[in-house]
Design a protein around this ligand. Structure first.
Ligand code: WTA
Length: 648
C-alpha cells in the first residue's frame, strides 16, 4: 500500500490495550468480517447490533421499513427512552458515581458531574419543563453557552419525549427568530450569557429580541440559567429562573417511553437556498449509531477514557460526540465553555493535561490555528495521557495532519479523520484507530454497514478517481426529513439519482487502495472554519441592506479557515468604500451571526452572467482566489464586467 502510515499501531496497542474487543474493532480482519456480515444479512446485522447496544422498553420486530422510501424508518415498533439509555441504565449497572461530565468554564471554574447527579438534574429539568406544559412531541429551542445545563436541557427533553432544537449561541437574534418560528417552539431554554474571549457574551437579550419581532409565536416560556451574571430584562410570567424551577421540581421523573422513530431533535443547517433546513433525527437509530461509532471510530473505553470533543452543541458534532455518544456508552465527556486561545494558545493543552484527556476530537481549522500559534504552547504541557486524536468538518491538509500526529500525539496516537454530516447523524467514513493503516488527508474507508460510493452524473460507480459522494443503502442514524418540508428533503438528497441513493453534496476521490479523499462541497454550501454556511443565506442578508442591489457570495481558499467568504456586491447607486464594507460586514453579523461576516467585499458595477442570466459562480471563485481565468468566456454576457472585477 502506497503512502500508508501505520501510526505506530503496535506500539499504541501496547500502550493502551483495547479492553473491550467485543464492541470495538481491533483489526482489519474484524473490520472485514463485520462488513461481510452486513453483505450477507444487512438487516440481521443491524438487528443484532441494535438489540445488543440499546436498552429497549419493548424490542422491535421490524428493522427497516422501505415502504415510503426515501422516508425510511428504523426499528419502528421498538420502544425506548433516550435519557434512560444515556443515564438510568448506567446507574443500574452500578456506575452512578462515575463522572459523566467534566466541565471547565472559560474563567477556570471546574465542575465534575457524576451519572447520579446528572440523572437527578435531568429529572428535575424534565419535571420543570412538564410543569411549564411541555409534552411529548413539543419543540424546545435551546440557545445556550457550553455549560452543563445545555446538556441537561437536551437530555431533559428526551426524558419527556420533547424535541429539542439547539441554536448555536453565536447566531444572531434574527437567525434565532427564524428557527423558533420554523420549529414552532413552545419553550426556549437560554442563559443570561456565557464567557467567551475573556468577557460575557449575552444570550437572553437575543431571545427577547427574537420573540419581540415574531408575531403570533408559540413560545409560552423562557427558562433562564444564570451563568454570565450580566444584566438582563425580565418578563414576569413568561421568564422563569432555571434554578428556582429545578429546586421545586421532583428529583425523579418517569421517562416517557417513545417509539424508536419518535423525533429526537431538529438541527438547522445550511443548504443551497437562503432558508436553513431543519434536519430531523429520530431517537433509536440515531442513538445506536452515536454509541457504535464512539466504540468503533474512537475505540472508546468508557471506564478509563476522558473524551473531549471541542465542538459546540450548536452543531451536529457537539450533539453526537460531546453529548449523546459518550453518554450512551456510559463514559466521561469533557465540555469547555470558552475559546481555545483564552487566556493564551496553550489553553486546550492545559485542559488536556489537567483533566487527563485521552481522546481529543477537533476541526482542522483549530489545528491550523494552533500550528500558527507555535509548538512552544503544546510543549509546555504533559499530553502523555492522549492516546487517540480525531478530526472532522473539513478536509485536513497533510501538513496539519502530520503536525497533529507528531506534536500533539507524540507520534504515538492514531489520527481518525471522520467524514460525516448533520444529515448522517454520525461518522460514515473513518479509519478504525487500531486497525486501519491511515494516509494523511484521507478519511480512509466506510464504516461497517455504510455503503458509500463515488459516482458520475449518471450514477455510475467510479472505481478509481473523482466524482460525487453518495450512500447507497439507508442507515439507522440517517435524517428522517426536513422539518415541515418533506419535498425539499426528497429534492435535495434523493432526486439527483432518481431515489436510488443519498446524495451527500460532497465531491470525493477514491484511490487505488479504495481509500476515500473528500474534496469538499460541490453545491452552494461553504465550509468556513468547519462551519457550514449557505452562500444564498449570506446573499439574502446582503441584499437586505438598503444600498445593495445584488450580491454573489463565493468561497476562496484560506490557509487557516479552509474557506473564506468573498462577496461581490452591486450597489443601487453611488460608490462603495471602506466604511460601507465595514457596515455590510456588521449588517451580515446582525442578520446571521459573526461567523457569516464576509472576509472580502468587492464592489462591482454588475455580476458576470450567462446569456440566460445565471451568475457565473465558477468564474467568481477564480477571481476571488486570484486564479487565472481559464474558463471560456464566450458564454459570458459582458466581458467588460470581468475585466473590472479582476481589477477591483
Ligand atoms: C464537510 C459536520 C472533509 C463535508 C460533521 C460535509 C468534511 C460537511 C469532513 C458537513 C472530513 C465533514 N473531511 N470534509 N473529515 N467532515 N466535512 O453538516 O463537506 O456541519 O458535507 O457536519 O462538512 O458539515 P456538517
Amino acid at each position: 500500500m502506497r503512502d500508508a502510515i501505520m501510526t505506530s499501531l503496535e506500539e499504541n496497542r501496547r500502550f493502551f490495550p483495547p479492553e473491550n474487543p467485543q464492541a470495538n474493532i481491533a483489526s482489519m480482519e474484524q473490520y472485514r468480517e463485520l462488513c461481510r456480515q452486513f453483505e450477507q444479512d444487512r438487516e440481521g446485522t443491524w438487528r443484532k447490533l441494535a438489540l445488543t447496544h440499546l436498552a429497549w422498553q419493548e424490542p422491535f420486530t421490524r428493522v427497516l421499513n422501505r415502504d415510503k422510501a426515501p422516508f425510511f424508518t428504523w426499528f419502528e415498533d421498538g420502544r425506548l427512552n433516550v435519557s434512560v439509555n444515556c443515564l438510568d441504565r448506567h446507574i443500574e449497572a452500578g456506575l452512578g458515581e462515575r463522572t459523566a461530565i467534566i466541565w471547565e468554564g472559560e474563567p477556570g471554574d471546574v465542575r465534575r458531574i457524576s451519572y447520579r447527579e446528572l440523572h437527578e438534574q435531568v429529572c428535575r429539568a424534565a419535571g420543570a419543563m412538564r410543569e411549564l406544559g411541555i409534552e411529548a412531541g413539543d419543540r424546545v429551542v435551546i440557545y445556550m453557552p457550553m455549560i452543563p445545563e445545555a446538556a441537561i436541557a437536551m437530555l431533559a427533553c428526551t426524558r419527556i419525549g420533547a424535541v429539542h432544537s439547539v441554536v448555536f449561541g453565536a447566531f444572531s437574534a434574527q437567525a434565532l427568530r427564524e428557527r423558533i418560528a420554523d420549529a414552532g417552539a413552545k419553550l426556549v431554554v437560554t442563559a443570561d450569557g456565557g464567557w467567551r474571549r475573556g468577557s460575557v457574551h449575552a444570550l437572553k437579550p437575543h431571545v427577547d429580541e427574537a420573540l419581540e419581532g415574531l408575531e403570533g409565536h408559540t413560545v409560552k416560556h423562557v427558562l433562564v440559567v444564570r451563568r454570565g451574571g450580566n444584566e438582563i430584562g425580565w418578563r414576569p410570567g413568561r421568564d422563569i429562573e432555571w434554578d428556582e424551577a429545578l429546586a421545586v421540581a421532583p428529583s425523579r421523573c418517569d421517562p416517557v417511553v417513545v417509539s424508536a422513530e419518535h423525533p429526537l431533535f431538529i438541527l438547522y443547517t445550511s443548504g443551497s437556498t437562503g432558508k436553513p433546513k431543519g434536519i430531523l433525527h429520530a431517537s433509536g437509530g440515531y442513538l445506536l449509531w452515536a454509541r457504535l461509532t464512539m466504540l468503533w471510530t474512537f475505540d472508546f473505553q468508557p471506564a478509563s477514557d476522558v473524551f473531549w470533543c471541542t465542538a459546540d452543541i450548536g452543531w451536529i458534532t457537539g450533539h453526537t460526540y460531546a453529548i449523546y455518544g459518550p453518554l450512551a456508552c456510559g463514559g466521561t465527556t469533557l465540555m469547555y465553555e470558552g475559546v481555545p486561545t483564552q487566556p493564551d494558545p496553550g489553553r486546550l493543552w492545559s485542559i488536556c493535561e489537567r483533566h487527563g484527556v485521552t481522546i481529543f476530537y477537533t476541526a482542522p481549522t483549530a489545528i491550523r490555528a494552533l500550528i500558527k500559534a507555535g509548538d512552544e504552547w503544546p510543549a509546555r504541557y504533559d499530553l502523555s495521557a492522549l492516546r487517540l486524536l480525531g478530526t472532522v468538518g473539513e478536509p485536513i491538509n497533510p501538513e496539519a495532519w502530520m503536525w497533529y500526529h507528531r506534536v500533539i500525539g507524540g507520534g504515538r496516537c492514531p489520527i481518525v479523520d471522520t467524514w460525516w454530516q448533520t444529515e448522517t447523524g454520525g461518522h460514515m467514513i473513518a479509519p478504525l484507530p487500531f486497525a486501519t493503516p491511515t494516509k494523511p488527508g484521507s478519511a480512509c474507508l466506510p464504516l461497517p454497514g455504510i455503503e458509500v460510493d463515488i459516482v458520475d452524473h449518471d450514477g455510475l460507480t467510479i472505481l478509481e478517481g473523482g466524482g460525487m459522494l453518495v450512500i447507497r443503502e439507508p442507515w439507522p442514524s440517517m435524517l428522517r426529513g426536513i422539518w415541515g418540508d418533506p419535498s425539499r428533503y426528497v429534492e435535495t438528497y434523493w432526486s439527483k439519482f432518481d431515489g436510488r441513493f443519498y446524495f451527500a453534496g460532497d465531491g470525493a476521490r477514491r484511490d487505488e487502495d479504495g481509500y476515500f479523499w473528500i474534496m469538499g462541497r460541490i453545491d452552494d454550501v461553504l465550509n468556513v472554519s468547519g462551519h457550514r454556511l449557505g452562500t444564498m443565506e449570506i446573499e439574502s442578508a446582503l441584499v437586505a441592506h438598503e444600498r445593495v442591489a445584488e450580491a454573489a457570495v463565493v468561497g476562496r481558499p484560506d490557509p487557516i479557515k479552509g474557506e473564506a467568504i468573498c462577496a461581490f456586491v452591486v450597489l443601487r447607486q453611488g460608490e462603495g468604500d471602506e466604511a460601507l464594507k465595514q457596515e455590510l460586514r456588521a449588517h451580515v453579523a446582525r442578520i446571521i451571526g459573526p461567523i457569516a461576516k464576509p472576509d472580502d467585499i468587492r464592489f462591482a458595477e454588475a455580476l458576470p452572467k450567462t446569456r440566460s442570466g445565471k451568475i457565473m459562480r465558477r468564474l467568481l471563485r477564480d477571481i476571488a482566489a486570484g486564479r487565472n481565468i481559464a474558463q471560456d468566456m464566450s458564454t459570458l454576457e459582458d466581458k467588460e464586467v470581468i475585466r473590472r472585477l479582476m481589477e477591483g
